[in-house]
Design a binder for this molecule. Sequence first.
Ligand SMILES: NC(=O)c1ccc[n+]([C@@H]2O[C@H](COP(=O)([O-])OP(=O)(O)OC[C@H]3O[C@@H](n4cnc5c(N)ncnc54)[C@H](O)[C@@H]3O)[C@@H](O)[C@H]2O)c1
Length: 301
Amino acid sequence: MLRSLARNFKFGTNDLVRKPARFYSRNGRAGDGRLEGKVALITGSASGLGKATAHEFVQQGAQVIIADVDTHLGSQVAYDLGSSAFFVPCDVTDEAQVAEAIHIAVARHGKLDIMYNNAGITGPAIPPSITDLDLNEFDRVMRINVRGTVAGIKHAARVMLPVGSGSILCTSSISGLMGGLGPHPYTISKFTVAGIVKSMASELCRVGIRINCISPTPIPTPMSLAQIGQFFPGLTQEQIVAIVDGFSELKGVKCEEIDVARAALYLASDEAKYITGHNLIVDGGFTSFKNLGFPSLDQIA
Ligand SMILES: NC(=O)c1ccc[n+]([C@@H]2O[C@H](COP(=O)([O-])OP(=O)(O)OC[C@H]3O[C@@H](n4cnc5c(N)ncnc54)[C@H](O)[C@@H]3O)[C@@H](O)[C@H]2O)c1
């Protein structure tokens, strides 16, 4: 209902609630203005990594469009962020809605500096054998993770091109670097996202638009907790978080949403002015090595 109203009258559902006029400051830390004056649109920013990135961007002085298919959480996130954020209902599988969200960003702020194609799903948690793969499920994952990303790049490039600048980000995954870390459709989609970035960089660098990729390791967000939780139905949320945190190879630290948000902040900002076509892997070294499985002495006959 709110969504169709928003579409018909070209406003976001967060216009329907009174917003607090305050500047969001995460953990009480004031931002240092690394995105001052920038306008960003983040898909999939009603939750998880996109939401954390929206918080970080606002803290750093950006105006952020929260574009998500979840109208309830999306408008809540925009409300919480205050006057620097605006929610636009957007299903990335529908090209017209992606174009519309970008149109709204430009109509409100006169430009789009940063486009972050982050919306994604894992698909079914239990990876079936390729022999049993449901191709409709495969299409569903590809429509969101791949087609949605391409649509975002296409329409962002249309508004960035006349200006001759812009920073586009896409979320891949360590599942886009190695096989066996996720279900086949998800893995294929994330390899594709990394490939899309390379392909687009070849064209967009000639017009001054940068495009980069972020490939995170598992982080306890609603998506990964729901997925891993299906393998361990009896466990509490805290226990599942501990499992995800336990994947870390880097001693003494675990990967958190803020680590992706800060990677996005760097790539989006002018500090990365000469970085394009890059895949920034946020995995604490996980995909950099494998250990040889030496047997212990008592295992050797
Ligand atoms: N959390 C992880 O462990 C992890 C690791 C590597 C990569 N990623 C990737 O990070 C991205 C964000 O994942 P997350 O963990 O924050 O998940 P999440 O489920 O917390 O957030 C994903 C958001 O995307 C939105 N979304 C889903 N389908 C959409 C659509 N069709 N149109 C618009 N929005 C849609 C959801 O409503 C949700 O708000 C995804 O691309 C995911 O594949 C996540």
